[in-house]
Design a protein around this ligand. Structure first.
Ligand code: ASP
Length: 290
């Protein structure tokens, strides 16, 4: 069946405890990321380029729990998880418990481009970042007094992109607030927090331990491939099966989008040639963002 080539960028800013008065800024942030990533696509960028670009913007935005805005570990360190996956090639790159870098998703992309391995962790990931010339960050430790500045939300950022029927996903997070040093969540585990194949791309957010056990992102793809479920039905079924916070965004090769969360809020934005639509509250309809 011929599939019309569609270009679309879908972004999330994490399912969690977003206070209602922060919904407008959370919506604006994901809308800006989706818009910039779509501009890259319009300029000839690949689905993977666009997914990484959207996530970089959100990692640089201190309002989200990824990169610069990451929540600290119990002993005050910042440890980042991130992954990218390219659906056309089925290849992935990821980093876990990485430290001292500004954009963990760029490091995941560098692991992908290097191609020898899929997942680098902790000191090894940091050493690889230095060797690859990935920009470092001085933010590595947060004093206990500073931790109160960050609400104990559990959010993550992610993007799924379809460019002419080719798909990619990227996810990045500081993990769960107060996590033990060395804890790795779902985001960098291929099939748990991040997945892309020839049919769909998925990025997850929520309680990482439960998302890992559910192989959440891959489970969406499996349900679409192996059952009669639509993408939206698959996303909703997986979210409703998670005993914890959960949110998913997904796009398929025809540019169909699915999103769902079981929290009150998950900032999300969709950019197409027709513009950008975004919302944060779970039941808030997407609205056009100028
Ligand atoms: N999934 C992330 C993790 O467990 C956190 C989140 O999305 O809220 O590391």
């Amino acid at each position: 069946m011929a599939v019309e080539a569609v270009n679309i960028v879908v972004v999330h800013g994490g399912a969690g405890a977003w206070p209602r008065d922060r919904w407008p800024e959370a919506t604006a942030g994901v809308a800006a990321a989706a818009r910039a990533a779509f501009a890259l696509v319009a300029g000839g960028g690949s689905a993977l380029d666009a997914a990484v670009a959207a996530v970089v913007i959100l990692e640089d935005d201190p309002r989200y729990n990824a990169g610069t805005g990451s929540v600290p570990t119990a002993n005050g360190h910042l440890e980042f998880d991130a992954a990218v996956m390219d659906g056309a090639s089925g290849r992935a790159g990821a980093v876990a418990a990485a430290t001292g870098i500004r954009n963990p998703v760029r490091l995941a992309r560098a692991v992908f481009d290097d191609g020898r391995h899929i997942l680098l962790a902790a000191n090894g990931a940091t050493a690889f970042a230095h060797a690859a010339g990935i920009e470092q960050s001085t933010a590595g430790h947060v004093e206990p007094t500073d931790q109160s500045l960050k609400a104990p939300t559990q959010d993550t950022v992610g993007a799924v992109v379809c460019v002419g029927g080719k798909l990619a996903a990227a996810t990045s997070t500081g993990g769960t607030h107060g996590k033990l040093q060395g804890r790795v969540g779902d985001a960098p585990l291929i099939g748990a927090g991040t997945w892309a194949d020839a049919n769909c791309a998925v990025s997850a957010t929520g309680t990482g331990e439960r998302l890992i056990e559910a192989a959440a992102a891959h489970e969406v793809a499996a349900r679409v491939r192996l059952t009669s479920a639509s993408l939206q039905e698959a996303v909703e079924a997986v979210v409703s099966g998670i005993q914890g916070n959960a949110g998913l965004i997904a796009v398929d090769l025809a540019g169909r989008v699915a999103t769902a969360c079981n929290t009150d809020a998950m900032p999300r934005a969709i950019a197409t040639g027709d513009g950008v639509k975004a919302a944060t509250g779970r039941d808030e309809p997407l609205r056009a963002i100028l």
